[in-house]
Design a protein around this ligand. Structure first.
Ligand SMILES: Nc1ncnc2c1ncn2[C@@H]1O[C@H](COP(=O)(O)OP(=O)(O)O)[C@@H](O)[C@H]1O
Ligand SMILES: [Mg+2]
Length: 285
């Protein structure tokens, strides 16, 4: 493996941007990831599907080094995440080096986690100024650009409580982009939103994908997966069960577990749509 520093912009390695091999993670003896292998090429969009508890969040957290792993390895852009190899042995990197690696990855959670006492603009400027050493005026200019890009150019001075959930989530995406990540991880970014707010968040994500961002997206939004993903990966019980082109996996799943998951999601969506119609009608009365 070629040694590259976290700051290198040119990749000297032929590896995919994310190269995860045999990743094992357990919590007090309870094995949650059971040997995950996953490659994501630069510019690729992968949607990660799977039932609740299958380990999707844990896997994203391992990629972003919010969790340590017990076995296996993860390389990000050719660089071993969290460790360096010396004389055939792995040594944990210093916190500072891990923080530098983590800065290259943007993560957007189900709950937006914005700082409530800061405006949209201040939320986005915070990391570049405090962590990235960017001049305040430069960070502000960039933050305004990013807010424009997510359709919130007019709401720079709004506090999170003054924004809808969908707007807050778009601020959270802009905030993650402010550190110029190589990779964006999304963990069910629309599942806490009212349905009428989901579309705007998905549009921002679609544009990001079209702009060439490498993305791993955990989602139950099958329409998004079908239209935007290059590949869909279905996980269950801490293993990858099946993967392939979205149309193949979603329309023609090969494994029983994938089939039953997809039909459950379809039923839930139908029930949900029916409940919305009911609600809309009740509101009319
Ligand atoms: N910090 C933790 N401590 C103990 N168990 C955890 C922790 N995080 C996740 N788990 C367990 O790991 C399993 C997978 O969780 P998670 O990765 O959140 O699944 P998913 O995102 O697919 O719903 C679940 O059984 C969950 O209870
Ligand atoms: Mg989860």
């Amino acid at each position: 493996m070629t040694q590259t520093s976290a700051r290198d912009t040119t990749r000297t390695s032929a590896m995919p941007l994310v190269h995860a091999v045999n990743v094992h993670k357990s919590f007090s003896g309870n094995e949650v990831l059971n040997g995950i292998d996953m490659d994501v090429a630069a510019g690729e969009v992968v949607c990660l599907l799977g039932p609740s508890g299958s380990g999707k969040t844990t896997f994203l957290r391992c990629i972003n080094q919010l969790e340590t792993i017990q076995r296996g390895r993860i390389w990000i852009d050719g660089e071993l995440a969290g460790y360096e190899e010396k004389g055939g042995k792995l040594h944990r990197l210093a916190d500072k080096s891990i923080a530098a690696q983590r800065r290259e990855i943007g993560m957007v959670f189900q709950r937006f986690n914005l700082f409530p006492h800061m405006t949209a603009l201040e939320n986005i400027m915070e990391a570049p100024v405090q962590v990235g050493g960017v001049r305040k005026s430069d960070a502000e200019k960039r933050a305004r650009e990013l807010l424009g890009r997510v359709g919130l150019g007019e709401r720079c001075d709004a506090y999170p409580a003054q924004l809808s959930g969908g707007q807050q989530q778009r601020v959270a995406i802009a905030r993650a982009l402010a550190m110029d990540p190589k990779l964006m991880l999304f963990d069910e970014p629309t599942s806490a939103l009212d349905p009428e707010l989901v579309g705007d968040v998905l549009s921002v994500m679609r544009e990001l994908a079209e702009g060439g961002m490498t993305m791993i997206v955990v989602t139950h939004e099958m329409g998004f997966a079908r239209e935007v993903a290059d590949r869909v990966v279905f996980m269950d019980s801490g293993v990858v069960v099946e993967q392939g082109a979205p149309a193949e996996v979603i329309n023609n799943p090969q494994h029983e577990r994938t089939k039953s998951f997809l039909s459950r999601i379809r039923e839930e969506n139908e029930e949900y749509a029916a409940a919305l119609v009911e609600r809309a009608e009740a509101e009319k009365l």
